[in-house]
Design a binder for this molecule. Structure first.
Ligand SMILES: Nc1nc2c(c(=O)[nH]1)N[C@H]1C(S)=C(S)[C@@H](COP(=O)(O)OP(=O)(O)OC[C@H]3O[C@@H](n4cnc5c(N)ncnc54)[C@H](O)[C@@H]3O)O[C@H]1N2
Ligand code: MOO
Length: 434
């Protein structure tokens, strides 16, 4: 936080007239949250979640010595003298396919056909790839084995081996990936596809994680109609509930979008109370300013409604509601304001509930490709921009109704409280979106 902001905040003191800085508002919200209780989830349901247990390897990975090639399991001494012109002839005693439980024993002068992933049979010490043999066909070097169904006799007869092998060649030793008892994943690890692969490989069907928060999103406004429906006089399409639900999902939450609620405090209150049963977090848009129809304020008097030193996103509401003290963030209704507010406050809340760090998006420094002017002094302004190759170009103006420009931006340009603009070519902080 910059020092001018601190002093602005200090000057405001506490109380209802206090103007909150962006950082103080977020810190205050985060301070009043507790991460969700860990639960056991099936592996795929745990994707993206944070592990809260240390997982150790219960069975060796791989669990048995197995072949890394399609070929022949052999005794090393038998093929020591094999060469291009001095093929060694071995008796083929059977097939070992992946999943085979009954293994033939490979004796001196013998070989077993073996497939990738199949257990190395007793007696064998290495695998000769099929390309180093005649595959049992009596001709020159083979490139492949014929399918067992087309060539069942290939599992018997003789094979000519053209090259020697070292002990352990083309064999993946038991425990060579992870021995029994070794730490597999530590508590605090976020489970992406590779971590899920490891958990599945070591046989874990479910794991203890912090779950994804269930986020109920609802918009308020009697002017709102869903996309897909015709607009009547004075009506607009509800874009916020869609944007916020999409953003919640992208942040890792399970989002439930509730249709727009009309500007009626009793209806809004009843709708929110109905939703509490399935909510770890409620996000509303609209109805938090100073108008006569600003129903969120009216319906949710237990929330704290604040003015923030930011643009867009000045009016914000926050509180814990219902018996379970469910956090509720009431965002302003202007579409850009609600989205920017989501990025700055709701996304960190979702991540904090999931135990994910860092909770804030990455900020980089960029060269400003065009002059920015008219930023409100004393407020942190978040302009939409396109960031590429270390430079950022403003997209659209500062208006908090400019949804199209928002859709063509990939970053938020942060104009600090002390500045009223940014010179072309000057350095500026940029929050990267997506
Ligand atoms: N006299 C004042 N008026 C306003 C102030 C102020 O300080 N004094 N603050 C302005 C600022 S800043 C903002 S932001 C807005 C916030 O107002 P609300 O949160 O009460 O939002 P609404 O009035 O419900 O709507 C504002 C605007 O956004 C449109 N909207 C609302 N919901 C949606 C939606 N789901 N999808 C698309 N568009 C939506 C709505 O139609 C309005 O145009 O207040 C300023 N006013
Ligand atoms: O502060 Mo409002 O959020 O500009 O549009």
């Amino acid at each position: 936080m910059s020092s001018p902001e601190r002093s602005a905040h200090a000057a405001d003191g506490g109380g209802a007239d206090r103007v909150w800085s962006v950082d103080d508002h977020l810190d205050d919200i985060l301070r009043r949250l507790t991460p969700l209780e860990p639960i056991e989830l099936q592996l795929l349901d745990a994707q993206g979640c944070v592990l809260v247990e240390d997982v150790t390897v219960p069975v060796a990975l791989p669990p048995f010595d197995n072949s890394s090639m399609d070929g022949y399991a052999v005794r090393v001494a038998d093929v020591a003298g094999a060469g291009e012109d001095t093929a060694v002839v071995l008796k083929v005693i059977g097939d070992v396919a992946a999943g085979e439980a009954q293994l033939p024993t490979v004796g001196p002068g013998q070989a077993a056909r073996i497939m990738t992933g199949a257990p190395l049979p007793p007696g064998a010490q290495a695998v000769v790839p099929v390309e180093w043999t005649d595959a049992g066909h009596g001709a020159g070097p083979a490139t492949t084995m014929r399918a067992h169904s087309a060539d069942p006799a290939g599992a018997s007869g003789e094979v000519r081996v053209h090259r020697p092998v070292e002990p352990g060649a083309h064999v993946r030793a038991r425990g060579s990936d992870a021995p029994v008892g070794e730490p597999a994943l530590a508590a605090g690890t976020r489970l992406g596809p590779p971590q899920i692969a490891l958990l599945a490989a070591i046989g874990r069907g479910q794991v203890l994680v912090r779950p994804r928060p269930r986020v109920v999103v609802l918009s308020t406004g009697s002017e709102l109609v869903p996309p897909g429906e015709e607009l009547g006089p004075g009506q607009i399409h509800d874009s916020n509930s869609y944007a916020l639900a999409a953003a919640a999902r992208e942040a890792g939450a399970i989002a439930y979008r509730v249709g727009a609620v009309a500007d009626d405090a009793a209806t809004l209150r009843a709708t929110i109370e109905d939703q509490l049963i399935r909510a770890d977090l409620i996000v509303t848009s609209g109805g938090v300013s100073v108008g006569a129809y600003d129903v969120v304020k009216e319906a949710l008097s237990e929330l704290e409604f604040r003015k923030l030193a930011m643009q867009p996103g000045k009016p914000q509401g926050f509180g814990l509601i219902g018996a379970d003290r469910t956090p509720l963030l009431a965002l302003p209704g202007n579409p850009v304001s609600s989205y920017v507010s989501f990025e700055l406050f709701v996304r960190p809340v979702i991540r904090a509930l999931m135990g994910l760090e860092p909770v804030r998006r990455e900020t980089v420094t960029a060269r400003c490709a065009a002059r920015i002017s008219g930023s409100p002094e004393g407020k942190r302004q978040f302009l939409r921009g396109w960031y590429e190759d270390g430079a950022v170009t403003p997209v659209g103006g500062a208006g908090s109704h400019l949804v199209k420009a928002l859709a063509h931006a990939n970053a938020l340009i942060v104009v600090p409280e002390r500045s009223t603009g940014i010179d072309e070519g000057a350095e500026v902080d940029v929050i990267l979106l997506g």
